[in-house]
Design a protein around this ligand. Structure first.
Ligand SMILES: Cc1ncc(COP(=O)(O)O)c(C=O)c1O
Length: 378
């Protein structure tokens, strides 16, 4: 029996080769700990890349979001606005802090938080006399939210904007790197991201106090002094020095990774736009997406098959694809949370499918994927 074709994954890790050198250095220096020189180097290089003054390396993107929210001294029951079209990790830290997410629908141009809906929500919240304490604005699938529009509205009410840039490292907004234009931005180095440390995250900001406090809370909130003294509850959230060494090597390859993912997206657009009923995630005019994942939207009436049919056909050929996020206001765990709008995110979910988007995809892989999608057409 012929062996099945090799599996094509959605977004696998892509090593540059340099990572081993830096990891070997960490081993030679015996910094096998959540402290060490590679953490500082990774933080400094990352802050330069994002165009901010400070960065704190932590164990995950979720931890970065959590510690930024923690800094805001939220009280149980406070409200925090959050994009609905995103992964659960954007909103979970709001609940860790015993606060209530209020979900905001996407706009059609970016698939990110709609600034108009945020304006309506803040206006009503002020009239109710209870403003939200923060906004978690997500840069979904590698595309920046309209951060300056969001900030302009939020600034009127002095509500800080935390950018969840977990998926968007290397993208730009108004000519600046994503993550540079908000109060703070959180990045993820999970295994499926554009660069990876297997697991890890970074909080970036020009607010030095926020970043210093993040490092303090991420290492169990030890008060200065010779004894273990704690006047706050901390977390064990710091990134390992070994993983930071991996991150240094990955970060050096970032421009190549963005270029490769953009090439993948261009290939799909060129090859699949001929098929009836297939459209693509739009790219907003104010920035350049890193195209972390390439997403097609399928009109089943025109195409002759649904996005779920295509997913199953790809799976039968050992190709991984993924439906886009089920909006958070539709998740059982967030039942009861308020939602403003919601139909845009729901309609994106209904029609969209994320295709394999890794930066190491070969032309032959792309041809295999496109041929399989094309076979599903009427
Ligand atoms: C939008 C978004 N936010 C947050 C996260 C959380 O990052 P991590 O997995 O590093 O905790 C992820 C990815 O996992 C994500 O896609």
């Amino acid at each position: 029996m012929p062996s099945p074709p090799a599996r094509i994954y959605l977004s696998p890790p892509h090593m540059s080769g340099r990572e081993r050198e830096y990891i070997a250095e960490a081993f030679e220096q015996n910094w096998i700990a959540p402290v060490g020189p590679h953490i500082t180097r990774f933080e400094q290089a990352f802050a330069r890349e994002v165009g901010v003054e400070h960065a704190a390396a932590v164990g995950s993107g979720t931890a970065a979001i959590h510690l930024a929210l923690r800094y805001l001294n939220l009280q149980p029951g406070d409200e925090v606005l959050c994009s609905t079209f995103t992964f659960c990790a954007s909103a979970n830290p709001i609940v860790y802090e015993k606060c209530s997410p209020v979900f905001i629908d996407s706009d059609r141009q970016t698939w990110n938080m709609d600034p108009q809906l945020v304006a309506e929500e803040l206006d009503e919240a002020q009239r109710r006399g209870r403003l939200p304490k923060a906004i978690v604005a997500v840069d979904i699938l590698g595309q920046s939210a309209d951060i300056l529009a969001l900030r302009k509205i939020a600034d009127r009410y002095a509500v800080p904007v935390l950018e969840d840039a977990a998926e968007a490292l290397g993208a730009t907004y108004e000519g600046r790197p994503v993550g540079a234009s908000s109060w703070a931005s959180a990045f993820s180095f999970n295994g499926n991201k554009i660069i990876t440390t297997s697991g890890g995250g970074m909080l970036c900001s020009n607010d030095q106090k926020l970043i210093e406090h993040t490092r303090f809370l991420a290492t169990q909130a030890k008060d200065p002094g010779p004894i273990y003294l704690h006047s706050q509850i901390g977390f064990n959230y710091r990134l390992s020095n070994v993983l930071a060494a991996l991150g240094i090597g990955q970060l050096e390859a970032l421009p190549d990774r963005v270029a490769a993912r953009r090439r993948v997206a261009e290939y799909y657009e060129r090859e699949l736009c001929r098929l009836p009923g297939i459209t693509f995630m739009p790219e907003a005019p104010f920035g350049k997406s890193n195209r972390w994942l390439s997403v097609i939207c399928v009109d089943p009436k025109q195409f002759g098959a649904s996005c779920e049919d295509i997913r199953l056909a790809l799976e039968a050929e050992n190709i991984e694809s993924r439906r886009a996020w089920l909006p958070l206001h539709k998740q059982p765990v967030f039942a009861g949370c308020r939602i403003r709008g919601g139909t845009v995110a729901e309609s994106i979910f209904d029609c969209s499918l994320c295709l394999p988007s890794g930066s190491a995809l070969q032309d032959s892989d792309l041809e295999r994927i496109v041929a399989c999608v094309a076979k599903c057409a009427r």
